[in-house]
Write a protein that binds this ligand. Structure first.
Ligand SMILES: Nc1ncnc2c1ncn2[C@@H]1O[C@H](COP(=O)(O)OP(=O)(O)OP(=O)(O)O)[C@@H](O)[C@H]1O
Length: 253
């Protein structure tokens, strides 16, 4: 369970997040909102990478300050939007996810190797285990980072645009992985730009505008509120495919 209470945060005195309160205990919460509204900043604060000016942060009911970095990394994992390509093979990278669990001298045991391997199988990267990360495509690399997070196996998972820039097959695979995380009881917070994908995968949608949360509810309730139309300046049209499944078209006002 993660709880952010009345968070104010910004950069060089410029406010970005204003009175953000969010609690998530299981399920997938998708954070949506226009460019620059503060979605990534919210995740960075939640990941303890950025200190808020004011507000409270709790994991499983305990304040963040109670957690050592190692303990924190056993509870929460974060996939940032911008990542360096480490000089490591796929297997080494995925094994990094086990670091918070390793004792001195940081040698992975059999159990760690099994977990890392399973994470590679679950993300379909096991055939690339010995390849250097730098030799992979963007989509393949993204799956390796997700495998690393699966190996880290934390109850809380933060994802910043996990599907952006990927081809549609990779996007669907990543949505599938997010669904698996939910089934394993994890609490997933994910910034998403594709509104249909967000509305489809989310148990709850957190809609942000200009540093504030303006709607936090089930996808259908957020659509019904009309806030998506207002915030993005669009009109939402409800559609149905041949099988009668709903999806949305967003058209300019
Ligand atoms: N490191 C930084 N230093 C100064 N300003 C920053 C920094 N990071 C973000 N900002 C500013 O904070 C605001 C919110 O940025 P943030 O990246 O959180 O938005 P976002 O909703 O994730 O945007 P996008 O959808 O474009 O990724 C923007 O105005 C941005 O320019």
């Amino acid at each position: 369970m993660i709880e952010l209470g009345h968070i104010h945060a910004g950069y060089e005195g410029r406010p970005v997040l204003e009175d953000v309160t969010l609690r998530a205990d299981g399920g997938v919460t998708c954070i949506i909102g226009p460019n620059g509204c503060g979605k990534s900043t919210l995740l960075k604060v939640a990941a303890r990478l950025k200190k808020p000016e004011t507000g409270s942060l709790r994991l499983n009911g305990r304040p963040y300050s109670d957690f050592s970095p190692r303990e924190f990394a056993r509870q929460l994992s974060f996939l940032p939007q911008i990542r360096d390509t480490a000089a490591a093979t796929v297997y080494q990278m995925v094994m990094h996810g086990r670091f918070p669990y390793l004792g001195f001298p940081r040698r992975p045991g059999k159990g760690d190797r099994q977990i890392a391997w399973q994470a590679m199988v679950d993300t379909g990267v096991e055939a690339m285990a010995d390849k250097p990360l730098a030799a992979l495509s963007g989509g393949e690399r993204q799956k390796v980072y997700l495998a690393m997070m699966l190996a880290q196996d934390t109850p809380v998972v933060l994802l910043d645009e996990p599907a952006t820039y990927l081809d549609i097959r990779h996007q669907l695979e990543i949505l599938n992985l997010m669904g698996n995380m939910r089934q394993r009881g994890k609490t997933v917070l994910a910034v998403m730009h594709d509104l249909n994908q967000a509305l489809e995968i989310a148990d709850r949608v957190c809609l942000m505008d200009a540093g504030r949360i303006v709607a936090l509810d089930a996808p259908k309730a957020v659509i019904k509120s009309g806030e998506i139309d207002r915030v993005f300046g669009v009109r939402t049209r409800r559609m149905a495919d041949e099988a009668g499944r709903e999806y949305y078209r967003f058209v300019k006002e």
